[in-house]
Design a protein around this ligand. Structure first.
Ligand code: URA
Length: 215
């Protein structure tokens, strides 16, 4: 598992701001920091991709340069992923994009979380590099359910899971329940889940912070 925050970088400041109740009062800054973290994590993932050399003509001469060879599909889990996945769109501007609607079903405290999937739109995935983007890896159930459903649309050549904050319980759930090879990338790895399955210390509800509370 790759954890961006294990090395000192400006990512630590963006993470501090998205967690801080004072800066959280500014939703534009929250979304912007999510987007910047998405850009930084996308850059890290880009180091694992395949490139090909091609001839390019500069104003001065003909030269060669390396360009992305892999066909990428970035799939966002709605709605919380949107600002974070914008960072991936910024860097992987020639990718295709997909969307999944996933939400926790209403549940009592301590009862297991169940996930409802209600929207799926992806291109064909055969032989493409798929990056699935979900900012909060809490129980891991929405990612596992989402991946099970997208694999009906083809067999990717590689699968990357990108999150802003991961909980150890979610990381373990992926290990136990994903039957396909994957790489996990997170900006931070937190301590644990609380009794409502929120990540601690975490940041609260990423979707509400970006877009306002839902009914
Ligand atoms: N989703 C969130 O937005 N926050 C959490 O802590 C867990 C899931």
């Amino acid at each position: 598992m790759f954890i961006l925050d294990q090395q000192s970088s400006i990512a630590s400041q963006f993470l501090a701001e998205i967690r801080d109740v004072n800066t959280q009062k500014d939703p534009l800054r929250f979304r912007q920091n999510m987007r910047r973290l998405g850009q930084l994590l996308a850059y890290e993932i880009s180091k694992e991709l395949n490139y090909q050399t091609k001839a390019i003509e500069t104003p001065l001469t003909v030269s060669t340069a390396r360009v992305l060879e892999d066909e990428l599909v970035v799939i966002s889990i709605l709605r919380a992923a949107l600002p974070f996945s914008q960072g991936f769109q910024d860097l992987f501007d020639r990718a295709e994009f997909g969307f999944i609607g996933a939400a926790r079903k209403p549940h009592a405290e301590h009862e297991p979380v169940e996930i409802a999937l209600d929207y799926l739109a992806t291109p064909e995935l055969n032989n493409k590099v798929v990056i699935i983007v979900d900012p909060m890896l809490a129980t891991g159930k929405s990612i596992v359910k989402s991946i099970d459903s997208i694999l009906k649309n083809g067999a990717p050549k590689a699968l990357h899971i990108a999150t802003t904050i991961a909980a150890p319980e979610g990381v373990e759930y992926l290990k136990q329940n994903l039957n396909t090879p994957y790489s996990l990338w997170s900006c931070a790895l937190d301590e644990k889940l609380n009794e409502k399955y929120y990540i601690v210390p975490g940041l609260g509800d990423a979707g509400d912070l970006a877009f306002g509370e839902k009914l």
